[in-house]
Ligand binder design. Structure first.
Ligand code: SAM
Length: 308
């Protein structure tokens, strides 16, 4: 299924884009948000688009083929934003957007093991060709300890049966390696008592999310990526982040709160912005989305105020 950009109008409006802005789209995906951003920029503006997934970059390249501003598309993890900007010779940005998680195309069509709806090898890396020492879902499932697995599944999946699932994975892999999404899916489903299987929610959903977060250190990447964007942001500049689950949202909330506490930023909207009923009717995948925006203060108080 093609990816439908989530909270598109809200994110574009919330960033208060100006024609000559330098904008980072840290999560290009299929380029839906990037196209709307690019259309508000003049030829004086600049869009820097990043994605760790080379296939996504290719899709975005097609989406952005006909738009005006200077566009740089970079294959990288956004946690390396500082290096990306330094390499491009960019020392300040006006706006940044992070639309977290995966796109519908990755979930529905990729062969990297993100979804238990398709039987594929267990990779779950954002990169198309993981380098030799890159952690994959196969490594996590077949080599990591029972305790670590339980911690991940509980911490990143908020799964109450984490211990049972971890135990079942260990028991299964002692017979033979767990190599595919279907094998893993079945081990998880069998580990959760039938009476706790909920209609419309596959019992493996939370565990798959947890493994993917661990493989890509997704929470660490958000922290580093958003912090780097903040560092490069001009006074009056804005960062918009769209999150899809409470773990992501908590990190963003904490990062933003800290800046507000230090009077270094303000929140244009006190509460996170959520999709309208109309958007939800068209795109049920938007149901858990939350948009948070922060604006960097134009005036930075001296860090060591002198006493009067
Ligand atoms: C929800 S999709 C973005 C969709 C996009 N806004 C659109 O409208 O088409 C998230 C994208 O971010 C990428 N991504 C996720 N984590 C990343 C990271 N740490 N570094 C770089 N790209 C990342 C994924 O590969 C995916 O393509």
């Amino acid at each position: 299924m093609a990816h439908i950009p989530v909270l598109l109008h809200e994110a574009i409006e919330g960033m208060t884009l100006k024609p000559d802005d330098v904008v980072v789209d840290a999560t290009l995906g299929s380029g839906g948000h990037a196209k709307a951003i690019a259309e508000t920029l003049s030829s004086q503006g600049r869009l820097i688009g990043i994605d760790a997934d080379r296939d996504a970059l290719e899709r975005a390249r097609n989406t952005l083929a006909s738009v005006a501003p200077k566009i740089d598309l970079v294959e990288s993890n956004y946690r390396h934003l500082q290096t990306v900007l330094a390499t491009l010779g960019v020392d300040r940005i006006d706006k940044a957007l992070f639309d977290l998680g995966l796109s519908s195309v990755q979930l529905d069509e990729s062969d990297r093991g993100f979804s238990f709806q398709r039987d594929t090898p267990l990779s779950m890396t954002l990169t198309v060709d993981p380098v030799e020492d890159e952690v994959t879902a196969y490594d996590v499932i077949n080599n990591w300890s029972e305790q670590t697995l339980a911690d991940i599944i509980h911490g990143f999946g908020e799964e109450r049966f984490a211990k049972r699932i971890a135990r079942a994975i260990i028991a299964k892999r002692e017979q033979s390696p767990i190599e595919s999404t279907f094998k893993l899916r079945d081990v998880i489903a069998d580990a959760i008592p039938k009476r706790f299987h909920r209609r419309g929610h596959h019992p493996a959903t939370k565990t798959f999310q947890a493994i993917r977060i661990a493989v890509n250190d997704e929470l660490g990447a958000i922290d580093e990526g958003v912090s780097a964007a903040w560092k490069y942001l001009v006074p009056g500049g804005r960062i918009a982040v769209i999150t899809f689950h409470s773990l992501e949202d908590r990190i963003v909330k904490r990062l933003f709160r800290e800046q507000v506490r230090q009077h270094a930023g303000r929140l244009p909207a006190k509460r996170p912005i959520t999709p309208s009923a109309e958007e939800l009717a068209q795109n049920p995948r938007a149901r858990s989305a939350k948009l948070r925006i922060i604006e960097k203060s134009a005036y930075r108080p001296h860090p060591y105020p002198t006493e009067i």
